[in-house]
Design a protein. Sequence first.
Length: 250
Amino acid sequence: MHAQDEGKPEPKKPGFVRQYFKALRFYFITGLLVWVPLIVTLWVAWWLFKAVGLGLERLIQRGYELMHSFGQRVPQLEFLTGLTYVQGFGFLIAVALFLTTGFLTRSLVTRRLINAAERILDRIPLISTIYRAVQQIRDVFISREGAVFQKVVLVEYPRSGVWVIGFLMSKEQGNVQSALGAEHWSVFVPSIPNPTTGFLMFFRPDQIRLPDISVEEGMKIVISGGTYLPGTESAMLAKSRAERMHSEAN
């Protein structure tokens, strides 16, 4: 021990209460990272079921009510009042509609009909803008099999010397890159702790760093606000526990 170190007091070890709350925070965040993907998945599934399945259910039920009103007003259509609506019928029709559309889309005649309908929609103001936007989003998911985020990146934002986590969206060069006069990659910089909002930015390849981090780990960093850091002891412990739980479940 050096002479100058003899008079220095030894670093104070953290107390039991501080260690307890630190461990409690770690376990809370670890549990949160396990539940967040499940909650989001169930929420999206329920939204699709409510918007598509129940929406079509209400539409068909409304159709039955209109047929009954026609039957009551027009004697020749009185037989329509005898039709009864069965709860759940609309959802079954939605499933059958999607399956039938999937099968028919593979045929050449149906594809031509769909293309003709799309050309008609493309000529309607406002409707064409919305339809093209939805089409582009659909094509992105289909062409990349849902892998919208390709890689985790580090970029300097909002100023030089300050680095943030982003996700590489595309390396493709289009009109935006032509206007900039150089190769630029599109990067999505998410907000914290809500990664569904953020900023779409364009960086030159030499302005982007590619850390050895998976997309899943990058999302964990964003959601946890930097508490979860890949490569640290706590992250490796959480990963080993997740792998053990996965192996036990299988």
